[in-house]
Design a protein around this ligand. Structure first.
Ligand SMILES: [Zn+2]
Length: 314
């Protein structure tokens, strides 16, 4: 067998990695490369021609050396400047584009995310900067529009509480009270498809049913446990299958909520491992991040990263 070429490391066929950090750094070595990427993505696919709003026509643009921190492209006919970061989360940020891109790379290339503490160490930025970057990416790039991409097909819906377990065994009513003081996460998942996660204000009434209505299409078939507050939704949906958890039943044929419960299990294990404590205020952002990765899981790592950059370039 010929010796392996150490300059061209090969991946095992089974490897799920298709975008190593070396490849990422080769594609985006510095701020200029990131800015060029935004320029092409947002304005100019060929890097030279773009629509000039002042000339109201397709014109040739040139990038001139300037003393500005971030360069702009200039219309060669009228001198109009276009700043590729205008209106994005990068605009007015004192953090370099290269660091923003690296943070997005790390968020899309790990299964359970990465903590701001680790980003601080890896990129050599202040903890507060790292935290702010993550927070913006989670809350501005990883959100999912409510309509029109509502969930369809068979949709399992379940709710869970976030943060700690009771220290001692509790009676049923103590258990209810304990859970009601914790943030409630509503999970809605298409079998074999997408997931939506929402922090809701309570586990009954409008907070619960309103979130289901906003995120699940009426043509879907709901699958829930026998928690009563789901009942009023029944006439609004194509179907509603109920698994009788309170009678100790967990699977009846294909009536079960194992998909969403499994998702909650992985979510909690992953979040506790990576982020330790997450307060109610920031919880939705972390949920966005987990849902985003799940919903983009069929793309390779490289396209996941580019999908996120694409979102930033909107
Ligand atoms: Zn012009």
């Amino acid at each position: 067998m010929p010796p392996a070429n150490r300059h061209e490391p090969r991946r095992a066929k089974s490897s799920t990695s298709d975008y190593s950090v070396t490849e990422f750094l080769a594609e985006f070595p510095d701020d200029a490369a990131c800015l060029e990427h935004l320029w092409r993505t947002r304005y100019s696919p060929d890097g030279e021609h773009a629509h000039c709003p002042r000339c109201d026509a397709q014109k040739v643009f040139k990038r001139y050396e300037t003393k500005q921190q971030r360069q702009s492209w200039t219309c060669t006919s009228c001198g109009h400047h276009v700043h590729p970061t205008a209106g994005t989360i990068f605009h007015r940020s004192s953090t370099s584009l290269r660091l923003w891109f690296h943070a997005m790379y790390l968020m899309t290339s790990t299964r359970c995310g990465i903590s701001a503490k680790q980003l601080e160490r890896e990129l050599g930025v202040h903890y507060k900067t790292a935290w702010r970057m993550f927070n913006k990416i989670r809350n501005e790039l990883m959100t999912d529009g409510e309509f029109p991409r509502q969930l369809r097909g068979e949709v399992e819906v379940d709710e869970t509480s976030w943060g700690g377990r009771p220290r001692k065994p509790q009676t049923r009513s103590e258990g209810v009270k304990f859970r009601e003081n914790k943030p409630t996460i509503l999970g809605m998942i298409e079998r074999g498809g997408r997931v939506r996660l929402r922090v809701i204000a309570g586990r009954r009434g409008e907070p619960l049913s309103g979130a289901v209505r906003a995120n699940v299409n009426p043509e879907a078939i709901l699958i829930t446990d026998d928690w009563r507050p789901y009942r009023p939704l029944r006439p609004e949906y194509a179907g509603h299958r109920v698994i009788n958890h309170s009678a100790g039943s967990y699977v009846e044929g294909d009536i079960h909520t194992n998909t969403i419960e499994g998702f909650f299990g992985n979510l909690k294990t992953g979040m506790r491992g990576t982020y330790k404590k997450v307060s109610r205020k920031w919880l939705q952002g972390y949920l966005n991040e987990y849902a985003w990765r799940h919903n983009n899981r069929f793309h390779g790592q490289r396209s996941m990263f580019h999908a996120l950059v694409q979102e930033a370039a909107k």
